[in-house]
Design a binder for this molecule. Sequence first.
Ligand SMILES: NC(=O)C1=CN([C@@H]2O[C@H](COP(=O)(O)OP(=O)(O)OC[C@H]3O[C@@H](n4cnc5c(N)ncnc54)[C@H](OP(=O)(O)O)[C@@H]3O)[C@@H](O)[C@H]2O)[C@H](O)CC1
Ligand SMILES: [K+]
Length: 502
Amino acid sequence: MSAALLTPAEMARADALTIAAGTPGILLMERAAAAIVEAIEAAFPDAVRVACLAGPGNNGGDAWAAAAILQRRGRAVAVFRLQPPEKLSGDAAIAAQAFGNEGAPLAAFRPEAFDLVVDGLFGAGLSRALEGEVAGMVDRLNADPVPVLSIDLPSGISGLTGERLGMAVTATATVTFFRAKPGHWLEPGRSHCGSVTVADIGIAPVVLDAIGPRTFANEPALWRDQLRTPADAGHKYDRGHAVVVSGGAAQTGAARLAATAALRGGAGLVTVLSPSSAVLVNATHLTAVMLKRCDDRATLTELLGDRRLNALVLGPGFGVGAQARDYAEAVLASEARLVLDADGITSFAEDPAALFALAAQAADRRTKGEAAMVLTPHAGEFKRLFPDLAAADAMAKPETARQAAARARSIVLLKGRDTVIAAPDGRAAINTTGTPWLATAGSGDVLSGLVAAALAQGAATFEAACAAVWMHGKAAEMFGPGLIAEDLPAMLPKVFARLAAG
Ligand SMILES: NC(=O)C1=CN([C@@H]2O[C@H](COP(=O)(O)OP(=O)(O)OC[C@H]3O[C@@H](n4cnc5c(N)ncnc54)[C@H](OP(=O)(O)O)[C@@H]3O)[C@@H](O)[C@H]2O)[C@H](O)CC1
Ligand SMILES: [K+]
């Protein structure tokens, strides 16, 4: 479960369970400090003058403890603290006593006088926006080019939501302990962390059994075993048959982007279902992707009677209206799993509950009640189906997606700079790949195709969505700047090679 993310409250539980099992808290702090110093030795070997900023709690305690080690190793260390050591308590007080001098008030700190700043102001205990002298100091620190290493979290970033509380330190690197937190992967926290190191400080993974984390970093460990390569599968039918429904003659590109992605993503076969008005248009562009005429629900239902057609994308370029609702109902009444995107989502804006009821019926027919549908909304589409959840902006994004998934009895793939995938059973994964270049026309169509590819191969619905999101982002990373949607499917072979390399 190395991909598990712990909320600050869950992390405090991990601490408490470890301390209760016999590890003194001060030992955890000393190990945290040792990990901080190790990261400094590795990333900032030439930093001679080091400022350690110490807050009022144990985040500060980590900073005092790290300062003591750095000093013993010959670096010129100065501690600037929010409170004098005598005001500290617990492990932080012990760490401050061990430093040797009482440091200086934070107000005396001048970033320009140092080669490196260690940010130990606030971590998991941040409970409100930075204000007063601390806010002013963070402003000055961010305006100075001096590199910053943040302890646990950049001060000002919520470990739970990744939000900036007022303002936050922008770090060059962050060292956290035992497991990363959602705030390390959710924006804007992710952009404030710099490179994140997760240090082992002797907390036994067995504590996770008692904590039962439900939030994960979306890494291949979560789903790699659910993808099938030709080596595993005997012949193309073993990797399923994905179907994409095309829009009319002037809106066929989105479906073809999804279809090409589904084929590149590993579906054994892919078919575009096209209205008569667009058959010629589609026919001129398709080669390995097959083409069938489909003008009405009866035809769709008949085609899906062939259970080899086991995954279907509906929405990209399809058009908003009754036919989209009809088709969604037909797919959810079949054995195929549905990827509902774009116009398919918007078509249910007037009556989301109708869609959720269809999805629930489909899930009830599946083994273990597994979700039969993946919804792939961006924030705007999400708001159309879940207006109340979209309005609850204090809620962490994983929680928002989780509640939507439970309500829709579907996997909710909530797209954004930090895409979150959530399942009705409460699992949520925060994506770890991608570039800003993905914000380009057609990128979502490709993603829907990749989800269908994983579904076609038989992956469980949650894992299929996670795999698709990870590969979509990795393809963009590997392509680099200048990306357009058409470039993405062609990058999949390199993504598969990366996955095979482990
Ligand atoms: N296993 C581990 O992860 C370990 C983590 N360690 C470190 O401990 C911190 C968490 O320490 P904690 O004391 O719980 O909290 P902080 O140090 O982050 O915050 C200290 C107090 O600051 C006050 N506070 C919160 N927000 C603000 C603000 N905006 N302005 C001013 N003061 C603020 C708050 O106290 P209040 O009573 O004022 O609410 C906090 O309690 C963790 O991040 C790790 O770095 C262990 O040292 C090693 C093991
Ligand atoms: K910090």
